[in-house]
Design a protein around this ligand. Structure first.
Ligand code: SF4
Length: 872
């Protein structure tokens, strides 16, 4: 007799139980029991009926049916283009299955006026027409057609909380045709049950894990389970807490440990999320569509590619280099050359082999050939490497069978392009849920639905609060609500949801000799009430040993008295370091001493993020280049004033073209188009800047981007001011071009000047020679000069120390220069002494800093808040 289960996990569980029973009774060999899920049974019966000539038609596997639904939904002209057709198709295919499982007639769809149901009705008609015209039969339709003969010698149903109306009707028909059909006896039940209250979800899992550990410590052959609603979504939290109890060393080594050593989390995730499968899809994508820099970067970090371990360091360096120097147009061939030249010969060889394999794969082909070529391409790239662990091996095997399933879709999809074939595979891997096979560990953590039909020695059920048991109604979005309620679709209404929850809870209570139900008291600070379904279960106070403090808390409570010391210093700089640096050094030291030391002395720089088009830093460079070219050509305001408007336009255009020339040389079509837009923006901004220069008093260009050096405290710093103008009285005005929003006079007036470049340039040129410093702001709608001058008449538009509204502490130009000198020397002294305090100034400086993970400012701030009696 064939046993039928609702889940694969239960089928596996029953097989394992059977093996254990046979072993315990002294058998050495025994027949493998025939145990299948409902879907597997239908597919098998359809095949047998077809062989026997009782049915005709061609079986459409679920993966092919999904592809057909996706195409129907995607090609629907009425579907909002912003909606993901793949996601909608997945939901619609489930609704199609539900429609049949609950015997809802297709006619019911036509009486409903919701747009979702109308669209679904359209898709159903199309799908049915296609299936009928080709003689195809999918799993939903096959359920209504398979015959009792194929199911001989009989069926036994195990673990179903409730049969669907279609299953009931079918069993009735089969029983009438003489097929023996049995239902496994209800679970024995009758064990002791009690309920406990825990503070929150984390406390529930923690207490449940301690309870399980205690039981298993007493007798390790017990079968113990913790049932967690919504386990898939909470998987990582659950894992972290259970691991801390069962494998405390992970709290110190950082974990996680491989599952199966102490417990198993039965929460299947989509196959596409398994790293080994995601890596395979990335590799395929690389060859079937033009790769962007992110894809190439992921390739360099792909651990399942040939030579990943041997070339790890070289690939990391190549990644950093590519992010810094390469543009979006870097193709696979150029990347392959780079790999060969930069210490990654194994990678380069794998890519060459990949190209050879790709050449055998026609651009468009039937899926069965695509499937062969996909295997060939992955093999040539060395996927999945030689160091896969057990779970990765199982995921790899499931992926291989998925590629084979794609190969069986010839009839359903026709010829597809390479990119379409890989896209189909990605879709299929997103739909397939995968979990490694049960590893016979003593503790199983499982969700309520998947635990159907299983029995344990002891069971803990979490999350029995009123908001979750029963859960709120969640009707199917495509089926008419009234039809769903009439046909009993679970969760179609609050009443149906309550009925289903009651059934599941009864089954769980009967599933073990000892059952503990836990209820959280709060969630996100909101109080929770116990579920009314557990009102009659006696309450128990949590025993102290299940409340034992966590290992980390226990260690913390017994910590020895420590001497507190904040080590915020690097070694003082060497003589050599004292000669390295420029304006950036002062700027970083002013913003945060740790950042200056880490960036400039340890080289802690962020990896560049490759992006499309011209980013803010590149735009700043272009502005500098264009204005440098312009003023080197003009030489003075007089020369500018001598030109008419057309000539000025021509000079500016030449300067902009010169600035963009280098970027244009290596640009692809798309980037060239973006550079055209950039040229128009740049020309307008430079013309506005020229306008501002026309309105100034007379000046001549003294220097453009020439190097200067200055001794500031113990440091000898190198500078390159953007521009120096000689004013009519012979004094100098120093100018710094800025495209950002933060160029203001205020940036020079704090104790730690936020933008200390211009004050530092004054030191380099000699304070007595300079009479004005100015930011030239080059921004849309905000182009012009801001700054400060000894005499505002000599540089109109700048502010003059001592004038109305000017801070009193700098009553004159000389006092301002004196304050700058002192502050710059203080910053230089801090840097030279190795001062590396975490002292961001202003505190929001951290928002623009990439070193948070290195300096751990968040942890430090939290710790300080704790010391200060903060409320966190
Ligand atoms: S994140 Fe903040 S504290 Fe840390 S280095 Fe950057 S600026 Fe300093």
């Amino acid at each position: 007799m064939t046993r039928v289960t609702p889940t694969r996990r239960l089928a596996h569980h029953l097989r394992v139980r059977h093996d254990e029973d046979c072993l315990a009774s002294g058998l050495e060999v025994w027949a493998t029991p025939d145990i299948v899920t409902w879907d597997e049974l239908i597919e098998r019966l359809f095949a047998l009926d077809r062989q026997a000539g009782r049915l005709d038609g061609r079986w459409v596997p679920p993966s092919a049916a999904s592809v057909i639904w996706e195409r129907i939904v995607r090609d629907d002209p009425d579907l909002d283009p912003l909606v993901s057709s793949a996601g909608v198709a997945r939901a619609a295919y489930q609704s199609w299955r539900r429609l049949h499982d609950y015997c809802i007639p297709l006619d019911a769809l036509t009486g409903d006026d919701s747009p979702e149901t109308a669209a679904f009705a359209r898709w159903c008609q199309q799908y049915l027409r296609l299936l009928e015209s080709r003689g195809w039969v999918d799993a939903a339709l096959a359920q209504t057609r398979v015959q009792a003969e194929a199911a001989q010698p009989g069926l036994e149903f195990v673990g179903f909380d409730q049969l669907t109306p279609l299953q009931e009707a079918l069993l009735e028909r089969w029983a009438a045709a003489g097929l023996p059909v049995q239902h496994a006896p209800a679970l024995p039940g009758g064990g002791a049950a009690c309920r406990v209250r825990c503070l929150d979800f984390a406390a529930e899992i923690d207490a449940a894990a301690r309870w399980a550990a205690e039981l298993l410590h007493e007798r390790s052959d017990r079968r113990v389970a913790i049932v967690v609603p919504e386990l898939r979504a909470r998987r990582e939290t659950v894992r972290r807490i259970v691991e801390r109890v069962f494998v405390p060393s992970t709290g110190m080594t950082g974990g996680p440990v491989p599952e199966g050593q102490a417990f198993e989390l039965a929460a299947a995730r989509p196959l596409v999320e398994q790293p080994v499968v995601a890596a395979a899809l990335d590799l395929l994508d690389l060859f079937v569509r033009p790769p962007d820099l992110q894809t190439l970067s992921r390739l360099l970090r792909n651990p399942f590619l040939t030579g990943a371990a041997e070339e790890a360091a070289a690939r990391a360096r190549l990644d950093a280099r590519m992010r810094r120097f390469e543009g979006p147009g870097l193709g696979l061939a150029a990347f392959e050359r780079m790999a060969a030249e930069r210490g990654c010969p194994l990678l380069a060889a794998a890519l060459t082999a990949g190209h050879t394999a790709l050449s055998k794969w026609p651009e468009k082909d039937i899926p069965s050939n695509c499937s062969k070529n996909i295997f060939g391409l992955l093999t040539s790239l060395g996927w999945p490497g030689t160091a896969v662990d057990s779970a990765e091996y199982q995921a790899e095997q499931r992926w291989r069978s998925l590629v084979s399933e794609l190969g069986a879709c010839d009839e359903f999809t026709g010829r597809v392009t390479r990119a379409e074939a890989v896209g189909l595979l990605r879709e299929m891997a997103g739909r397939v849920l995968f979990e490694p096979q049960e590893l016979r560990v003593p503790l199983l953590v499982i969700d309520p639905e998947t635990s159907a039909g299983m029995t344990f020695d002891a069971l803990w059920v979490c999350g029995l609060d009123a908001a979750r048991w029963p859960p709120p109604a969640a009707p199917d979005p495509f089926l008419p609500r009234t039809a769903q309620v009439r046909h009993g679709v679970p969760r179609a209404s609050a009443e149906l949801a309550a009925r289903q929850s009651r059934r599941v809870l009864e089954r769980l209570l009967a599933g073990a000799g000892e059952v503990i139900l836990s209820v959280p008291e709060v969630e996100d600070d909101a109080p929770l009430l116990p579920s009314p379904l557990v009102a009659s279960i006696p309450t128990l106070d949590l025993p102290a040993q299940w409340l034992a403090p966590r290992l980390a808390a226990a260690q913390y409570a017994r910590r020895p008295a420590l001497e507190a010391m904040v080590d915020g210093a690097f070694p003082p700089i060497t003589a050599d370091e004292a000669r390295r640096g420029g304006a950036r050094l002062l700027e970083l030291q002013a913003a945060c001493p740790f950042r200056a030391q880490a960036e400039l002395r340890l080289g802690a720089r962020a990896l560049e993020e490759p992006g499309m088009g011209v980013d803010a830093a590149e735009r700043g460079d272009l502005v500098h280049k264009a204005l440098a070219v312009l003023w080197l050509e003009l030489g003075s305001q007089g020369a500018l004033l001598a030109l008419d408007a057309a000539d000025v336009q021509a000079v500016v255009r030449r300067a902009v073209a010169a600035a963009l020339a280098e970027a244009r040389r290596t640009a692809d079509d798309l980037l060239r188009h973006l550079l055209d837009l950039e040229a128009a923006w740049l020309e307008a901004r430079v013309l506005s800047m020229v306008d501002a220069d026309r309105k100034r008093t007379a000046f001549a260009i003294e220097d453009v981007e020439e190097p200067y050096s200055a001794q500031i405290g113990a440091l000898t710093l190198e500078f390159r001011p953007d521009r120096i103008d000689r004013l009519a009285d012979g004094s100098l005005a120093v100018i710094d071009y800025k495209t950002g929003a933060n160029a203001e006079v205020r940036a020079w007036l704090d104790e730690r000047p936020r933008l200390p470049q211009l004050p530092a340039y004054v030191q380099a040129l000699g304070a007595e020679r300079v009479s004005a410093v100015a930011f030239a702001r080059v921004r849309s709608g905000d182009t012009g000069y801001v700054g400060v001058a000894r005499d505002a008449d000599a540089f109109p538009g700048l502010r003059e120390p001592g004038a109305k509204g000017w801070p009193r502490e700098y009553a004159s130009w000389e006092e301002l220069l004196g304050a700058w000198r002192r502050r710059l020397e203080a910053l230089a002294a801090e840097y030279a002494s190795g001062d590396a305090r975490l002292a961001p100034d202003p505190p929001r400086a951290c928002e623009y800093c990439h070193l948070g993970a290195l300096c751990r400012i968040a942890e430090t701030t939290a710790a300080r808040a704790g010391e200060d009696g903060g409320d966190e």
